[in-house]
Design a protein around this ligand. Structure first.
Ligand code: ZN
Length: 134
């Protein structure tokens, strides 16, 4: 079901300053920058091997990322795994008794379908499943 780690999401307060650190100081390659309206975030994506680092900056106080930063501060927000068939994976996890935040796929960054598993089901790590939207 899970193919690989797709990306690691990091909540940041200031995207431009964070890009500067990851690009200029760490020397990572910036491959994409976009606004994801549905999640009220600006996203900057860096490719490291075949895993992406996604920096997430809230665009509104109502953004889940804004609430996360307010509660826990900036830092690692979630880990995302790529799956073959998201609908099937969600059903499979629900059958196994895991608590899902999303019981239906929704639109994520980079033309992907995504769904989050509740951190209470995954040792308090917010976990995302994603599938390339073909
Ligand atoms: Zn993500």
């Amino acid at each position: 079901m899970i193919k690989k780690i797709d990306h690691i999401g990091i909540a940041v307060e200031n995207l431009d300053e964070s890009i500067e650190i990851f690009k200029e100081q760490l020397g990572l390659k910036l491959i994409e920058r976009e606004e994801v309206l549905e999640q009220m975030v600006n996203v900057a994506k860096f490719r490291v091997g075949n895993v992406d680092i996604e920096l997430l900056e809230p665009t509104s106080q109502d953004s889940p990322i804004a609430k996360y930063i307010e509660k826990k501060g900036a830092g690692i927000h979630h880990i995302a795994y790529e799956v073959d068939d998201l609908d099937k994976s969600i059903k499979n996890l629900i059958d196994k008794g895991l608590r899902m935040i999303d019981i239906k796929p929704r639109k994520g960054a980079g033309n992907k379908k995504i769904a989050f598993i509740h951190p209470k089901s995954t040792v308090r790590i917010l976990t995302e499943l994603c599938e390339e939207d073909k």
